[in-house]
Design a protein around this ligand. Structure first.
Ligand code: NAD
Ligand code: DAU
Length: 337
């Protein structure tokens, strides 16, 4: 059996990856380490909490007393845990530095001591390249992060690289584009707009709505990480992009028409400060390893709309009763309107 540590496994992508890992690797024992911040939820793992091959540990990656022994006993570490929301990083950046930079440092220090570690997958982001006016980012491009979230992720990305270059920790760095799919916390654009629209609440579109994101289905992301665990090369960076460049305004129209809701729900609001205009990834390097995205955007979006429609048990308590969501939503959108 391989011992696999998934940090941030109670979050959106992490929980999808834990489910994927247990389903595809009968010879893996998976440990989720998660602090259960506002974004981390036991419900995201409801169907695997009692799986005998899965252990859930409630703890902070930056707390070496908890995280280091888990890393030291692992064959594989997949490090998703992070503060992830750009708008929250603009309001208050401290937790981003603590978790994304210092937390990653604590895990990497433990990885130096781990005897059986074969992979340390550092989940970075396409945001480290900054806004891309034209063309597509390749892995060797300069990093130009422009908000506190992406700057902290760039710090972790390069720190992880340095632990490969200096100490031979078997690090692989992935930089994925915008993910969508089930269990995404409903303050990110797709689940926020879908769940607002279901309730006929206006959807707050930032600025002129002509910013571009490249959408990647979370299942395609999981497949890419899984392939890189198997066939990636240590010390290398791999972009993971869905190849679905969509303007925010067009995305909003698709969501509204998919739900049978009127365009009058679109509410233009003040733009995000320093809003990156466009991200775009060149994925030739990952494709050469054998990955291609399998979920067409129209299909993935339609299925996501259906998932949020069918799973109100999951998002309605967050939106209606969770103080962390409600106070953030009020502060964020009162400011903007
Ligand atoms: P998320 O916010 O849904 O989940 C983050 C998880 O990390 C939560 O479960 C949270 O409780 C946990 N966490 C936060 N701080 C922690 C700490 N100190 N110790 C332990 N656990 C902690 O995020 P996500 O969207 O699933 O993103 C996962 C990873 O993927 C992040 O590293 C993010 O930067 C990266 N990423 C996300 C996207 C995207 O579009 N969502 C795209 C590219 C890369
Ligand atoms: O590109 C990868 C990144 O994608 C990840 O690293 C981040 O963790 C993830 O949160 C995501 O960042 P974005 O800032 O792109 O995602 P978000 O869902 O917050 O916003 C997507 C786009 O939608 C962005 O251009 C801002 C816009 N937006 C967002 C919200 C929440 C709106 O117009 N209105 C909104 O209310």
């Amino acid at each position: 059996m391989a011992e696999v540590l998934v940090t941030g496994g109670a979050g959106f992508i992490g929980s999808n990856f834990v489910r994927f890992a247990l389903a595809h690797h009968p010879d893996w024992r998976v440990t989720t380490l998660d602090k259960l911040t506002y974004a981390g939820r036991r419900e995201n793992l409801h169907d695997v909490m009692n799986d005998p091959r899965h252990t859930f540990v409630h703890g902070d990656i930056a707390d070496a007393a908890v995280s280091a022994p888990l890393v030291e006993q692992s064959d594989l570490v997949v490090h998703f845990a992070a503060e992830t929301h750009v708008d929250r990083s603009i309001l208050a950046a401290g937790d981003f530095i603590k978790t994304d930079v210092e937390g990653t440092f604590v895990l990497l220090e433990a990885a130096r001591r781990a005897k059986n570690l074969k992979r340390f997958i550092q989940i970075s982001t396409d945001e480290v390249y900054g806004s891309v006016a034209s063309g597509a980012s390749v892995e060797t491009d300069e990093l130009k992060p422009r908000n506190p979230y992406s700057a902290s992720k760039a710090g972790a990305d390069r720190l992880a690289y340095s632990y490969w270059a200096t100490y031979d920790v078997p690090v692989i760095i992935t930089r994925a584009s915008n993910n969508y799919g089930p269990y995404q916390f409903p303050e990110k654009v797709i689940p926020l707009f879908v769940t607002n629209a279901i309730d006929d609440i206006p959807v707050p579109l930032y600025g002129d709505g002509r910013q571009i994101r490249d959408w990647l289905h979370v299942d395609d992301h999981c497949r890419a990480v899984d392939l890189l665990i198997e066939r990636g090369t240590s010390g290398e960076v791999y972009n993971i992009g869905g190849g679905n460049e969509v303007m925010n305004i067009d995305l909003t129209m698709k969501i509204l028409s998919g739900l049978g809701k009127p365009q009058s729900l679109i509410k233009p609001v003040a733009d995000r400060p320093g809003h990156d205009r466009r991200y775009c990834l060149d994925t030739a390097k990952l494709r050469a390893v054998g990955w291609t995205p399998q979920v067409p955007f129209e299909t993935g979006l339609r299925e996501s709309l259906e998932w949020y429609r069918a799973n109100e048990w999951w998002w309605r308590p967050i939106k209606e009763n969770d103080p962390a969501f409600r106070s953030y939503y009020q502060a964020q959108y009162e400011r903007r309107t």
